[in-house]
Design a protein around this ligand. Structure first.
Ligand code: GCU
Length: 663
């Protein structure tokens, strides 16, 4: 090669490097923790540990003192500016770590850090993720790749620890609630120990989901009856084995007598018998039992009634280290549900709410749906102080960007922030997340663009409800997945409560499930005032109208429209909002790195297409009952019903979903 040629190729290489740096592509793997290591190490003195390391690596300001202070609430901290220094004080390492992340957040979002007087403590001691990860690495209802725990990669585990600690999450259940007995094999426990060791520096304890029949299926006993001495001994030995490996093990999460999982009822015992037996063997180690209230069977008339029916007889009968874990709504993580009445009915039982961060029913990892407004809605009915803890079903997998959709990271973030402080507003959290994830404090993104994308996040849940299941509709998903619509799905032999017509009850008179006192009487499970409100079709909030009522097609709505026309308009509004989200994002192109811009844009296009698909399928199908025209003043369906009924989608559980239509 001649000198000239060498020079030219060097120039080409240089230019290539320069241009990729200029686009600054990001893959989302750093989540909201996008601070680069500081150029010079700050002076951090006091308590050594993870808080100190994090600050030494990332803090770009003046000296910090980390101080232990007795008598402060668990995990709480103060941050004070004193004589040119910043003093973070807490009673333990976790509090110092949370204080350190608070300070780093202020730095990253460009807040002043020189006159601080902050005092924080979490609303709940237990802020926990539930991973629905299977031993073979698949993730139930996961849309972001395989389990991060399959072959726990140290760098990934470290990032997982940092991310969780930065938002206050302090517990993680490593495996699916549909637990295999093998979750407790010595081999699995050794693996759990490895993970626990990697997460401990970040203040995160590990927990396991257990299979109630483990003494039989793993231990070879003849029974798993919780009253049998052999069974209790098996559990005690197992728990001792766990604590030898993981001294700070948190406890068990249990799905029992639910959707075919074994439980105490198989042996003629009750939920309380089962939960209390496990609580007894965990107590000496300070472990807890999170016992799920997600129970229903096809015999009973209304699935929404069943958690109360099964659990109310045991109110006050659970051991003090048992917490009943209840999904936010009475059915199953639908786009909108009223709150589960068990939360206000049980008075003498420790309860925790289970939110679903993974978007099983909200567009998987394809739709931008920011969930904080939905969770805040729950807290407008259920007092945060009436709960002991908060759990979230994780949306995390081994995808480079962790959650499958860059904006799904916001839901992980919001869950943690709300578990720390449920009174933070959705807007505050979204703004904070956007500032860390997409916009640096002094970047050149116009404020108007930032406001618009914030508004998109805040409107996204309601928009999704509108294009999927407005006005209280629920569970009208396709038979083989929970992604697209199939309100007509009712094959012979499938249990009724696993088919949409059970929930929407469309007929010539109207639409919706009659849960009034004249129907399934579900309203009676709510406090009197709400019972009256929900029971009367004229006072029932319209956003849950068909949840509680079989609404006549010509029922007069608050807008002045008849119910059928309102339903049509809601669906159409949802479609228009989804298109608007795409337009807002498109305008952000100059201000977001190319990779993340393109990936989000691709997903928003899918979302807009799906919204149309939902509208057309649902309206055309319900129209076969309502026999009324689609109102003239809205966009008419662009598909026809036959075509919609033939659509099948491909959705893979652990590849980034390639959802598309196939005929
Ligand atoms: C839903 C979900 C299941 C899950 C169950 C549960 O029904 O579709 O995959 O196992 O909830 O929460 O136990």
């Amino acid at each position: 090669m001649t000198k000239k040629r060498i020079l030219i190729s060097m120039l080409v290489l240089l230019l290539a490097g320069w241009s990729s740096a200029a686009t600054g592509d990001e893959d989302g793997s750093r989540l909201w923790l996008r601070l680069d290591p500081a150029a010079t190490t700050a002076t951090i003195t006091g308590v050594k540990g993870t808080a100190m390391t994090e600050l030494q690596t990332y803090w770009q300001g003046g000296p910090i003192v980390l101080k232990r202070q007795k008598g402060m609430p668990q995990d709480g901290y103060t941050i004070k500016s004193q004589g040119g220094k910043t003093v973070i004080a807490a009673s333990g390492d976790a509090g110092l770590l949370y204080g350190a992340y608070h300070l780093l957040r202020l730095q990253q979002t460009g807040q002043p850090c020189d006159a601080l007087d902050i005092s924080e403590q979490p609303a709940y001691d237990l802020r926990i993720l539930n991973h629905w990860d299977n031993p073979n690495g698949t993730v139930e209802r996961g849309f972001a790749g395989k389990s991060i725990f399959l072959n726990p990669d140290p760098a990934r585990m470290q990032m997982y620890g940092r991310a969780n600690a930065s938002i206050g999450i302090n517990g993680t259940v490593l495996n699916n609630v549909n637990a295999k007995p093998e979750a407790l094999s010595t081999e699995s426990l050794l693996k759990a120990k490895g993970i626990a060791d990697q997460l401990r520096p970040y203040g995160i304890r590990v927990y396991l989901s257990i299979n109630f029949a483990s003494p039989m299926r793993l231990g070879g006993l003849k029974t798993a009856d919780p009253m049998e001495a052999d069974v209790v001994k098996w559990w005690r030995d197992k728990v001792d084995e766990i604590y030898k490996l993981i001294p700070d093990f948190g406890g068990f999460l249990v799905k029992a007598n639910s959707e075919g999982e074994p439980g105490p009822q198989d042996f003629g015992r009750t939920h309380a018998d089962g939960a209390n037996m496990l609580a007894g063997v965990l107590r000496p180690h300070k472990g807890i039992v999170m016992w799920r209230a997600f129970v229903y069977n096809p015999q009973s008339s209304d699935r929404a009634n069943q958690a109360c029916e099964e659990f109310m007889p045991f109110d006050g009968k659970f051991a003090d280290n048992v917490i009943i874990q209840i999904k936010n709504g009475p059915v199953d993580f639908q786009p909108r549900e009223p709150y589960s009445p068990l939360f206000t009915a049980m008075k003498q039982t420790a309860m925790m709410v289970e939110f679903q961060i993974t978007q099983e029913y909200l567009g998987a990892a394809n739709h931008l749906v920011y969930l904080a407004p939905m969770w805040r809605e729950f807290f407008s009915f259920v007092k945060p102080s009436s709960l002991r803890a908060m759990a979230g079903v994780a949306n995390i997998g081994d995808n480079v960007n962790w959650c499958g959709h860059h904006f799904a990271q916001a839901n992980w973030y919001a869950f943690g922030r709300l578990a720390w402080n449920p009174s933070l507003t959705s807007g505050q959290i979204a703004e904070e997340w956007l500032a860390q994830t997409f916009f640096a404090p002094n970047d050149n993104t116009p404020q108007a663009c930032k406001t618009q994308i914030l508004d998109v996040m805040l409107a996204s849940h309601e928009a999704c409800v509108s294009y999927m299941m407005p006005l209280g509709l629920h569970h009208i998903f396709a038979g083989n997945h929970h992604y697209g619509p199939e309100p007509w799905y009712k094959p012979a032999g499938v249990r009724a409560d696993w088919t949409p017509p059970y929930y929407h009850k469309a007929d010539a008179t109207g639409l919706g499930f009659d849960r009034t006192l004249k129907g399934s009487a579900n309203v009676r499970q709510y406090p009197d005032e709400l019972c009256r409100l929900y029971n009367d079709i004229n006072t029932c909030p319209e956003n849950v109208l068909t949840w509680f009522h079989h609404v006549p097609w010509d029922h007069k709505m608050k807008s002045g429209r008849i119910f059928w026309d309102e339903l049509c308009h809601k669906y159409d509004d949802g479609v228009h909002q989804a298109r608007h989200f795409l337009a807002v994002w498109d305008a952000l192109q100059p201000y977001v790195d190319g990779q993340r811009f393109g990936e989000v844009q691709r997903k928003l296009r899918i979302q807009a297409r799906d919204a149309e698909w939902w509208r057309d399928a649902c309206l055309l199908y319900f129209q076969t009952f309502s026999k009324r025209p689609i109102p003239q003043d809205m966009e008419h369906p662009v598909h026809n019903l036959d075509e919609m009924m033939q659509f099948r989608i491909r959705i893979s559980n652990y590849e980034n979903p390639a959802c598309g239509y196939t005929k």
